[in-house]
Ligand binder design. Sequence first.
Ligand SMILES: Nc1nc2c(ncn2[C@@H]2O[C@H](COP(=O)(O)OP(=O)(O)OP(=O)(O)O)[C@@H](O)[C@H]2O)c(=O)[nH]1
Ligand SMILES: [Mg+2]
Length: 440
Amino acid sequence: MAPIASDLPEEKRKQLFALLGNVELTLLYKASVHGYNATAFHQRCDYQGPTLLVAYNSLGCIFGGYTSVDYAQSGQQITDNEAFLFSFRDGTPVRIQVNSNNARLDDAGGPNFDRLYFCYNNQPVVHYMSLKWAVPINTEQLYGNNTELTECEVYKVNQSLQVSFLEKPWRNILWTAKQREELMELIRNHKPIMAYVSRVRILMIGPIGAGKSSFFNSINSIFMGHVTNKAMSGSAGTSVTTKFRTYPVKDGRERKPLPFVLCDTMGLEEQSGAGLDIEDISSIVQGHIPDRYKFNPKAPFQPDKASKPASLQEKIHCAVYVIDATKISLMSDKLEEKLSSVRSQLNSMEIPQMVVMTKVDETCPHVQNDLENIYASSYIKMKVQEVSSRLGVPVSCVLPVKNYSQELELELKCDILLLSAIKQMLRSADDYLDDVVDSI
Ligand SMILES: Nc1nc2c(ncn2[C@@H]2O[C@H](COP(=O)(O)OP(=O)(O)OP(=O)(O)O)[C@@H](O)[C@H]2O)c(=O)[nH]1
Ligand SMILES: [Mg+2]
């Protein structure tokens, strides 16, 4: 049987990569061939993983939606932080955010996104169910308010990994037990350049589920000598971490505090009034927010005007953006804008900034096989460059790591990457403190 032809022009398919990353699209369902009905759609599209729906109307609009969650006829409202609607405007695809907590109703009917139904009632139409209390979708922008569909297609979305091995790794790492011991010794014996500051405070900021709490857990595990989960981590529709936590890390053998404190925060969300507030970041950096303060996304922390300014010891000396390597291409423009505002604010306070790029194991199969391939994988190098350009942080400040997530025992190569990241953070905090010394 000849393969079913896709209506999506090649040029538009390539343009969609701006929203989806470098993916492969495989046509699963085409309404004009399989039928404009929910049964045919579910037969072909259920349990296929991430999918992209592309609809066409007689005005020439091409629009649709992406979901990372299976169609499964569960009858549940689906939370999908990655789901979005899109339409081509002036030839380029524009991403339109959907309410991620109600991204889809996963019922036995046709596909839908945030109350926008495709092939509604088994007809070649799109139908929008507006609700007074919900943020409306701009249907004029999406499909010119022409509800008649000329076609509706669903594609399976596969990450296409054209991974090659670089001739020479682009960073040199020694993957030996001796190297791990040397790194641990260096960190143990590190003395911040300013004697008055006994412990460097490192702030972790980043989107929900990026691995901020896991990064602390991983570092703590190395120095405890076994895998620990002191900070709550996991996944949910909103941030698992809701409080500001300052975690000192202690050296397992002597329980001696190490010369740094990792400060964990609530996840950043793209909407305003949700997730960590940018004003709260400023208060943290200035040392105003106490340990265990519960963040309120609706009302930022109000420093007590009567209290004396925080000492340099209580302030942040290095900020780290924790970014999930598997989601860099899917990062929405709004989240990128939010991160850019954070960056401007930290720049104005002259705080050094680095990126910890997590989940490298889930990003590249060669790295999953053996972490030692990290700096030889062309794909990881591309991801490092991508995060560097999206966040405006130099490549030299991007530190790819794999956090402990499912392991029960420590692993040498994991530890070496994680410890190397801490080493770089201590160095950049020293640069900051050195600058403060110079300015006194
Ligand atoms: N495979 C893999 N999983 C990871 C890695 N880092 C974190 N995870 C997993 O990702 C999920 C989210 O991690 P968290 O540490 O809770 O993320 P967070 O940034 O603290 O999230 P919020 O507190 O919700 O903002 C957990 O299930 C972790 O086990 C990693 O490097 N590799
Ligand atoms: Mg957390």
